[in-house]
Design a protein around this ligand. Structure first.
Ligand SMILES: N[C@H](CCC[C@H](N)C(=O)O)C(=O)O
Length: 279
């Protein structure tokens, strides 16, 4: 099975293109082995590309634990760069069908090479019942959650996939691996949740670290960066357009006032083409 290794700010994926309907059962079962960083290729997940009846290309994201997620911003930028350079005939504006619907994509180029990718990540979902989250009311803003004797204040946002955004004093130094797992699996979130630990420096600048649902600690989370700015607006911490600093670089997030959609702009990179020889 051929694949292409790519990453978006260090959030890395095996991209697998198939001209027919993918065998998601098989790929989900193979994901933990393929994504293992010692006995497999090593990746945070698998991005499956295949023909779409409603968009230029379809993609689905499989986490390294084999679970299929509704959305993945970094993988979508990788899919966009792959499609632009290998399948589209260098079209710089096209659409990608994901689990949440058809998402417009714009490619910024230098000498025919995609340097930045801008994606319409759609409108955020704020109602707890649709995140989903067991909480009354129409929003989950600055709620308190207690785990292992520690209380956290969070704001919950879905970008199609669930996110719990927690403001902390120093996100870059926060013990993500200690608190991420217990928050990811908190019973308040029936489908589990991604957990973002953020420090809001100014209305236009945020630092974020993430523990991802189904993948653990990753270097970046595109949908999480979107959720971080939405939570920042809801809590009065950020403007609608802000830069999210991640260990390997920045994402520009714009929660557009006119259409209510969240736009994410950032890089994507090829690493190598390979062949999976496993079962
Ligand atoms: N682990 C996530 C999917 C990948 C999201 C992340 N890598 C991104 O860039 O948005 C979930 O289960 O919702």
């Amino acid at each position: 099975m051929n694949f292409t290794k790519m990453h978006g700010l260090g959030n890395d994926f095996m991209l697998i293109y198939t001209p027919t309907t993918p065998d998601f059962t098989r790929l989900s079962a193979l994901a933990p082995q393929m994504c293992d960083r010692h006995t497999g290729v090593g990746a945070d997940g698998i991005a499956v590309l295949y023909p779409s009846a409603v968009a230029d290309i379809a993609m689905r994201i499989i986490n390294s634990d084999g679970s299929i997620a509704e959305q993945c911003g970094n993988a979508m930028r990788c899919v966009a760069k792959y499609f632009y350079e290998r399948l589209s005939g260098l079209k710089t504006h096209f659409t990608i069908e994901s689990k949440i619907g058809v998402q417009p994509v714009w490619i910024e180029t230098e000498a025919g090479v995609a340097t930045k990718v801008r994606i319409d990540m759609g409108p955020p979902i704020l109602e707890p019942a649709r995140i989903p989250l067991y909480l009354e009311g129409d929003r989950a803003v600055e709620q308190t959650i207690s785990v292992a004797g520690q209380s956290f204040t969070y704001t919950a946002v879905s970008m199609g996939n669930p996110h719990m955004v927690i403001a902390v004093r120093d996100a870059a130094a926060f013990p993500v691996n200690e608190w991420g797992p217990v928050l990811e699996t908190h019973p308040l979130f029936p489908n589990k949740t991604n957990v973002e630990f953020v420090t809001y420096h100014s209305p236009e600048e945020v630092t974020m670290r993430v523990w991802e649902r189904g993948a653990g600690p990753t270097l970046a989370c595109g949908s999480g960066a979107c959720a971080t700015v939405v939570a920042g607006v809801l809590t009065g911490q950020t403007a609608r357009k802000a830069v999210v600093h991640l260990p390997a670089g920045d994402l520009l997030i714009d929660w557009n006032e006119q259409d209510g959609h969240v736009y994410m702009t950032g890089p994507a990179a090829f690493v190598y083409d390979g062949v999976w020889l496993g079962k």
